[in-house]
Design a protein around this ligand. Structure first.
Ligand SMILES: C[S@@+](CC[C@H](N)C(=O)[O-])C[C@H]1O[C@@H](n2cnc3c(N)ncnc32)[C@H](O)[C@@H]1O
Length: 269
């Protein structure tokens, strides 16, 4: 299929989706996302993906990042000459990612779309979904539908690289209050969180209180609560099996153990 007609088809799909858009959880948080996480090394995920893809695939050219956020992974790979596509269900994140890519002069295709319903008109070598994004898919049906669509969005032999909030980790270690400070472009942020983990429901509740300031001037003050589903590795293993993926690599503890990471492969027919 021609690149321009692929783009048209995907845009139609994305427009249909945005018509029924639910509340944008990242409306406020998203606007300050890069500031809040400025102390995080976002290249860590991209480098992990690059190494895993080289190790298990050899040559690869195309990547789809699901829940791409403000687009750091897309920009990293685009700068290296890969064809990159990203989807996110937050309008704010999609706008920020497009703006950031434009500012650094790279070509990325970023669409407003939901992970659980996105059907790509072209197959990718690698599909990624990182930094806890899977935890935002709360219902069994949404997760399964995401895995099934991802299977179809990959070429034969392609890799699905994702992480997820680990039930085992939170059950063992519980959660602790945290303070995260950020600094970027003259702005500073403080995010205070008193998380809760319920081992019965297996949900992690993250109530964030955020203060954004410049010098002694208060720029913004807001609260929002993110709810993340945690997954047991056995759950993920059987989901992968049901969706015909084969497991290539499992890391119980990346990113300080919070997120377990999987590399799965769509078998070659
Ligand atoms: C924790 S952020 C991670 C962003 C990015 N992957 C990163 O590494 O910085 C989670 C992202 O997933 C997006 N998201 C949540 N649920 C989604 C869904 N059902 N479909 C697509 N994106 C989703 C959010 O809008 C947000 O941008």
């Amino acid at each position: 299929m021609e690149k321009s007609s692929i783009w048209k088809e995907v845009s139609n799909q994305a427009n249909k989706y945005s018509g029924g858009m639910r509340v944008d959880l990242y409306k406020k948080y998203g606007r300050y996302y890069d500031l809040i996480y400025s102390s995080f090394n976002t290249e860590e995920n991209a480098k992990y993906v690059e190494n895993a893809a080289k190790k298990f695939l050899g040559k690869f050219e195309t990547i789809l990042d699901v829940g791409c956020g403000t687009g750091d992974l897309l920009i990293y790979f685009s700068k290296k000459g890969y064809e990159v596509w990203g989807i996110d269900k937050s309008e704010v994140m999609v706008e920020l990612a497009r703006e950031k890519a434009k500012n650094v002069g790279v070509n990325v295709n970023i669409l407003l779309a939901d992970a659980s319903s996105f059907k790509s008109p072209k197959p990718f070598d690698v599909v990624t979904c990182l930094f806890g994004t899977l935890g935002y898919l709360h219902k069994d049906g949404e997760v399964e539908s995401f895995f099934r669509n991802t299977f179809n969005n990959l070429r034969d032999g392609g890799l699905f690289i994702f992480d997820f909030p680990s039930f085992e980790f939170f059950k063992k270690h519980g959660v602790k209050p945290s303070v995260l400070e950020g600094e970027k472009d003259g702005l500073k942020s403080i995010r205070v969180s008193l998380p809760k983990f319920n081992p019965e429901t297996r949900f992690l509740t993250l109530p964030f209180k955020c203060i954004i300031y410049r010098g002694r001037e208060l720029i913004d003050l807001f609260e929002e609560t993110h709810k993340l589903r945690t997954f047991e590795i056995s759950e993920i293993r059987s989901l992968l099996k049901r969706c015909s993926f084969s497991l290539v690599e499992f890391l119980q503890s990346r990113q300080a153990g919070r997120y377990a990471t999987i590399v799965a492969r769509k078998p070659i027919n």
